[in-house]
Write a protein of this length. Structure first.
Length: 464
C-alpha cells in the first residue's frame, strides 16, 4: 500500500473500537455535566423552559442520527458529513460541508479548555490563566497521540462518575423541592412551578420561537454524537455498530438532560440573573446553591477532568476529519493525510488541533459556542439531504413504503427540524459562520481552478 506521502507504508487507522467504546467516547464528548454550564443562558432564552428546549433539540438530533446511520452503512469513512455530501450530492458541496464542520470540530476542544480554566480559576483565583491553558492543552494532545482505544479507556470511568454526580445533584434538588423549598425559599401555592407539574415544559409564557432559540444553543450539548462518525475506520463491524452507537449516545444524553433540567427549572423558576452573577457560566454557582461549598469544590475539581475528557474526544474527532480531507487532497495531503506508523493516529493533525486550542486564552465562551452551532447545523442539514440524494434519487429507493419512510420521510423531517433551528440561530453565529464559509468558497475556487473541476476526492467507495 502506498501512503499519502508517496512512500511505502502500512500505516492506517486500526479497527479497535466496539459498541460501548464508541458510546463512552460520545458521552465523554457530549459531557453530560455541560447541562450545569448552559442552564442559565438557555433558561433566559427559552423563557424558563429548559427541559422543553432539550426535547426540541433531541427530536432534531435523533432524526438526524438515523440519517447518519444510513450514510455510515453506505460510506464507512472517518470523513463523516464531509464524505457523505461529497459522495451523495457533489464533491464541491462535500468540501463546503467539511469546511463548515471543521469550524465546529476545531473549536470544540477549545471550549473545553475554556470551561476547565473557568473551574480552575474558581478554585485558584491567583494563578495566571495561561498556565492552565498550556498545561491542559498539552495533556489533551498527549492522550490523543496514544490512539482512539486509549481515549475510550481513559474516558470510561470519567463518564461513569459524571452520571453519578448528576444523579446525586438531582436527588439533592428533589429532596429540597419535596420539602417545599426552591432557590427563592418556601414554595407557595401561587408560584408558577410546582413539583410534578407540567409547567416547566409548557405554560402561558411558552413561545415556540424562544424554545427553538434555546434548542439552537443546546445543539452544542449534543455535538459529540455526530463526531462519532469520524471513528468509522477504527470501529469493528462499522456498518452495524456505529449507527446503533450514535443513536444510543444521543438518546442516553437527551434523557439525562431532560430529567435533570426538569428539576433544575423548578428549583430556579425565575430570571437566571436573580440567581447567578454570570448566566453564561453557571456551573460553579449552581453547585454552591444546591449542594453547598464542599459539594461545589469536589464537583468543580472533578468537572475539570470531565471537560478534559470531552476535549480529548473532540480532539480525536477533528483530527480524523482533517485526515480524510487531507487524504482526499482538498487540503495539504502530506501534512493532513499523515498517519503515525507507531500509534496509528493522525499525529500531525492532533498537534495542529492542540496548537489551535492554545488560543483559548484569548477567547470568550459565548463567542466560541455560537460558532460551533453554525458548523454543527450545517453538518446536520446536509447529512439529512445526503440520505435523500443518495438513496431516494440516485439509487431509486423510493418505490416501497419502507424505502419512502426511511429515505425520504425521516431525513426530510430531520432536515425540517434542523431548519427550524437555523431560523433562530444566533446572529453572531450566522455572521462569523458565513465569513468562514466565504473563505471556504474562495479556497475551493482556487483548488478547482475557478470551479472548472470538482474538488478532489479519495476513490475509496464504489459510487454506483
Amino acid at each position: 500500500m502506498t501512503n499519502i506521502s508517496g512512500t511505502q507504508s502500512a500505516a492506517k487507522l486500526q479497527k479497535t473500537l466496539g459498541l460501548w467504546h464508541i458510546i463512552i467516547i460520545g458521552l465523554a464528548y457530549i459531557q453530560p455535566m455541560t447541562l450545569f454550564d448552559t442552564f442559565g443562558l438557555v433558561s433566559e432564552e427559552s423563557h424558563f423552559h429548559v427541559p422543553t428546549s432539550y426535547i426540541f433539540a433531541l427530536v432534531a438530533i435523533l432524526l438526524t442520527s438515523l440519517s447518519y446511520g444510513h450514510m455510515i452503512r453506505r460510506y464507512p469513512s472517518s470523513g463523516s458529513a464531509y464524505t457523505y455530501a461529497q459522495k451523495s450530492i457533489h464533491p464541491n458541496v462535500g468540501f463546503m460541508v467539511g469546511w463548515s464542520s471543521w469550524l465546529d470540530y476545531l473549536l470544540s476542544p477549545m471550549v473545553n479548555i475554556i470551561l476547565a480554566v473557568i473551574y480552575l480559576e474558581a478554585l485558584f483565583p491567583d494563578v495566571n490563566h495561561w498556565i492552565w491553558v498550556v498545561v491542559l492543552t498539552a495533556f489533551m494532545t498527549g492522550i490523543n497521540l496514544r490512539g482512539a482505544r486509549f481515549v475510550a479507556n481513559f474516558n470510561s470511568m470519567i463518564v461513569l462518575v459524571q452520571l453519578v454526580v448528576i444523579g446525586v445533584f438531582t436527588w439533592m434538588m428533589y429532596t429540597k423541592l419535596q420539602a417545599g423549598f426552591n432557590a427563592d425559599g418556601p414554595i407557595t401555592a401561587e408560584q408558577r412551578y410546582q413539583l410534578w407539574s407540567l409547567e416547566p415544559f409548557w405554560n402561558e409564557l411558552t413561545s415556540v420561537g424562544a424554545l427553538i432559540t434555546g434548542a439552537t444553543l443546546l445543539c452544542f450539548s449534543f455535538t459529540g454524537f455526530d463526531s462519532l462518525s469520524s471513528l468509522a475506520e477504527e470501529t469493528k463491524d462499522t456498518e452495524k455498530t456505529l449507527p446503533k452507537a450514535i443513536f444510543l449516545t444521543a438518546l442516553i444524553a437527551g434523557v439525562i438532560f431532560i430529567v435533570s433540567t426538569y428539576f433544575m427549572q423548578i428549583y430556579f423558576p425565575n430570571e437566571p440573573g436573580s440567581y447567578f452573577k454570570n448566566i453564561a457560566e453557571t456551573q460553579p454557582e449552581i453547585l454552591l446553591l444546591v449542594g453547598g461549598s464542599l459539594f461545589q469544590s469536589y464537583v468543580l475539581t472533578f468537572a475539570i477532568v470531565t471537560v478534559m475528557a470531552s476535549g480529548i474526544s473532540a480532539h480525536a474527532g477533528v483530527s480524523r476529519l482533517m485526515y480524510v480531507m487531507g487524504r482526499d487532497g482538498v487540503i495539504n495531503k502530506k501534512l493532513f493525510g499523515h498517519i503515525s506508523p507507531r500509534n496509528y493516529t493522525p499525529s500531525y493533525n492532533i498537534l495542529i488541533v492542540g496548537a489551535v486550542a492554545l488560543t483559548a486564552g484569548f477567547m470568550d465562551l459565548d463567542f466560541v459556542i455560537s460558532l460551533i452551532s453554525f458548523g454543527a447545523l450545517t453538518a446536520f442539514s446536509f447529512v439529512n439531504l445526503s440520505v435523500i440524494s443518495r438513496y431516494a434519487l440516485r439509487d431509486g429507493r423510493n418505490k416501497t413504503p419502507k424505502d419512502i419512510i426511511n429515505f425520504i420521510v425521516i431525513p426530510l423531517c430531520g432536515f425540517i427540524a434542523v431548519f427550524a433551528l437555523w431560523l433562530e440561530v444566533d446572529e453572531t453565529s450566522l455572521k462569523y459562520g458565513l465569513w468562514w464559509a466565504m473563505f471556504g468558497v474562495l479556497y475551493l475556487g482556487y483548488k478547482t481552478k475557478g470551479f472548472k473541476h470538482p474538488a478532489p476526492q479519495h476513490n475509496e467507495f464504489d459510487d454506483r
